[in-house]
Design a protein. Structure first.
Lengths: 146, 177, 417
């Protein structure tokens, strides 16, 4: 991980996934990361069912008008310290959906994003890499507090 | 209800016999595919809006049709609705695609529902109401389907005139200063 | 789907449960509202639209080649079906010929996608019943199919292999051994898959008799895909219409009586239909590899010439394809002046399969909601935060998705005790 940081995160990361109107491609790759070939559970990373248990938020999709406030609410329900990973090109810049009457813009307009994963859809290895980077960021945040 | 299978020309004649001048236009397209050049048939019919419900009833007498979807065109002063049906499914290479189009004036875009004959038409009729501004008379459920509830009234995304969604379009690639 | 009327009995009133849009595990958000009497569902109401991205409007501002990439991203799981239906619609509207070799290649890619999608569904259905091991087992098998897809097209999910007038990449003779090796792997393991799903007592207990859709309902509500074939209605675009190379191949409708001899229209029948279709897809790919003609793969390789040709034609066309979930239909109209389509309508298969949810879910228990909804293989999914509003006592308590899922698993345990 990151050298020189005291090991503050005693437990493994729990991840909550939120779909704000995506095509499901990125969501399938997130689930594929849990499956035996890429097996992210051996690091202790698991998908939880409620944002209140989670450390990391994975958001996919360009945000539709209906989902904008719901994504914001999910972000506010997560306890600190938290990190947000934006998976897929739609959430980063809009990708093919760059012009629409029902979309409210890239995810960084709604909630602050820490790690961007590029790809349409990104491979499971890229998603695992992003969660590892978020881990480093969270450790840094914890270390700064002390 | 299941009589012998009619050829595409006979189907067109079946409608023309019953409704005479109200069938404004008809077209039978045949295309081939594959190495063995098997053909498939598309029939396009244009009918007058006053006999629309009777045409649907007449169609249900041939065989209960499969309604795929209703698509719509904004043609300037009229709105054209095209009902995509298919008949004679269930046997190998027998199916015929039948597309019935109806024109409605923009000043009075009202048409009757076909949900009493074909209950599966509800979803697509609701979509036409909100996307094109067509009023469907007698529809059992006229709430919005895809657009959010706070989308302004009177803005119809598929229209090309002043009621289109031009003001609501955002460009996600814009870089904010 | 009338406006909800609460069923008032003398002593009890019904609850109304809204199941909101955000989902922790998978798929798109959709909102359900159930009206519950005790544990039984009395009425269902579905509200869609949370994923409405204005794609058809965006498509009308772009040219057909750009729309192909947009159409792929309508849905990531059936990401091959939308471009092929759109390409067929444009080819029908503008009278563009497709070479024979390209038609066979299109069939191979379509059937490969069907295998991936049905195995994905099998894993999700097992997860809803409570067998997580089967989820991992089936998705591991799916990885082999994804490896083959990556070898043939370059990407696992969004393949971008279709072009108007043909396909973009060829399967050359040195690629064929890898295809055959993957097919052999599936043929060897198909028996294992069939044994897990169809011979298991628990799967039968949970799924037989549950979520029944009768023949009449399926016909009247215009249901499509494996949902309707499991109720006995024979609708399959590949068998009914001769398009791509399906007119030359040996193919038939897959209804449950092919395996068991009877048709019930319940969840178990839908599992049977999908597993039979996996076997059928393996067989179709082999037939295509045997009969593949030689020739070009694109009738017009230069894109500016293609676009100029589209620009000059005025006409309309429809294109249909049998996606893993049902029939996909696209309608396109050109006006002869620009190469943007004047109108484009895309209809995904799940939109026809939403109305059948209502007769399927009435009378079932809450714990059956995940498996019945998942059995129609929706490309829009459901359930997360369930708020139960107790009308009598004016109290609210929240069930999250884990609890709903846990109720489904507990029912399995109760049945097997």
């Amino acid at each position: 991980m990151a050298k020189g940081l005291p090991k503050s995160f005693k437990k493994a990361l729990w991840v909550y996934h939120c779909n704000s109107g995506s095509c499901n491609g990125c969501d399938i790759e997130i689930i594929a990361a849990l499956c035996p070939r890429y097996d992210v559970e051996r690091f202790g990373i698991r998908l939880v069912g409620s944002p209140r248990h989670a450390d990391v938020l994975l958001v996919t999709g360009p945000v539709t008008r209906q989902m904008a406030d719901k994504v914001k609410r999910v972000y506010e329900q997560m306890p600190d310290p938290k990190a947000v990973i934006c998976v897929g090109n739609c959430g980063n810049t809009g990708d093919v959906f760059y012009e629409s009457y029902n979309l409210v813009g890239p995810i960084s307009n709604i909630i602050p994003v820490d790690v961007h994963v590029v790809g349409c859809p990104p491979r499971p290895e890229a998603i695992i890499n992003a969660v590892a980077k978020a881990w480093v960021k969270l450790e840094t945040l914890e270390a700064e507090k002390r | 209800m299941s009589k012998k299978k009619m050829s595409p020309e006979e189907i067109v004649k079946y409608f023309k016999d019953e409704f005479k001048a109200k069938v404004k236009d008809s077209r039978v397209e045949k295309r081939v595919a594959g190495v063995k050049k098997k053909e498939f048939v598309n029939i396009w019919l244009k009918i007058d809006k006053s006999v629309f419900k009777d045409v649907i009833k007449h169609l249900c007498d041939i065989q209960f049709p499969h309604l795929a979807v209703v698509s719509g065109n904004d043609l300037g002063s009229t709105i054209e609705l095209i009902y995509h049906f298919s008949l004679y499914y269930g046997e190998r290479l027998n199916e015929v695609s039948l597309n019935i189009s109806v024109e409605l004036p923009k000043s009075n875009p009202v048409i009757e529902t076909i949900c009493d004959y074909i209950p599966g038409a509800l979803t697509t009729e609701r979509e036409k109401q909100e996307m094109l501004g067509v009023k469907i008379r007698g529809i059992p459920d006229s709430r919005r389907l895809f657009l959010p509830d706070d989308f302004p009234e009177g803005v119809y995304p598929w229209r090309k005139d002043e009621t289109g969604p031009k003001d609501m379009v955002r460009n996600l690639h814009e870089v904010k200063k | 789907m009338k406006k909800k009327e609460s069923v008032k009995t003398t002593t009890k009133t019904t609850y109304q449960i809204p199941i909101g849009p955000i989902h922790p595990a998978l798929k798109e958000p959709v909102m359900f509202e159930f009206e519950i009497d005790g544990e039984r569902i009395v009425d269902v109401d579905v509200s869609l639209g949370h994923v409405h991205r204005g794609i058809e409007w965006a498509g009308m501002q772009r040219n057909p080649v750009q729309i192909l990439y947009l159409a792929e991203r309508i849905c990531g799981i059936c990401s091959y079906s939308h471009p092929i239906a759109f390409a067929r619609a444009v080819e029908n509207a503008c009278d563009i010929e497709v070479p024979e070799r390209a038609e066979y290649l299109r069939v191979i890619h379509g059937e490969l996608e069907r295998i991936c999608s049905h195995i994905l569904w099998a894993g999700v259905a097992a997860h809803e019943i409570g067998f997580d091991t089967v989820l991992f087992l089936t998705w591991e098998m799916r990885e082999k199919a994804l490896d083959l897809t990556e070898y043939l097209t370059g990407n696992r999910v969004t393949k971008a292999i279709i072009m108007i007038g043909g396909v973009r990449r060829d399967i050359t003779s040195d690629m064929v051994p890898k295809v055959q090796e993957t097919l052999k792997y599936f043929k060897d393991n198909f028996e294992k898959l069939r044994h897990i799903f169809l011979d298991d007592k628990t799967v039968r207990l949970r799924s037989q008799g549950c979520g029944v859709l009768t023949y009449d309902d399926a016909l009247k509500l215009c249901a499509i895909g494996p949902t309707t074939r499991a109720s006995g209605v024979k609708k399959d675009v590949r068998v009914d219409q001769a398009y791509a190379a399906y007119g030359d191949l040996d193919i038939d409708y897959m209804t449950p009586d092919v395996l068991t001899g009877e048709v019930n229209g319940d969840v178990y029948d839908r599992i049977i239909v999908r597993l039979l279709e996996v076997k059928q897809s393996i067989d179709l790919i082999e037939q295509c590899l045997d009969k593949m003609p030689s020739g070009d793969i694109l009738s017009e390789p230069k894109i500016p010439k293609l676009l100029a040709r589209v620009k000059k034609t005025a006409g309309e066309g429809i294109g249909r394809h049998e996606a893993p979930r049902g029939e996909v239909i696209h309608y396109v109209k050109f006006d002869g002046e620009n190469d943007n389509p004047y109108t484009w309508k895309a209809r995904a298969p799940t939109y026809n399969n939403i109305l059948p949810w209502i007769p399927m879910l009435k009378g079932e228990q809450i714990a059956d909601i995940p498996i019945v909804a998942a059995s129609t293989d929706p490309c829009i999914s459901c359930t997360n935060r369930v708020t139960i509003v107790d009308n009598d006592k004016n109290s609210r308590y929240i069930l999250n998705r884990e609890e709903l899922h846990r109720m489904s698993i507990e029912k399995t345990r109760r049945l097997t005790r």
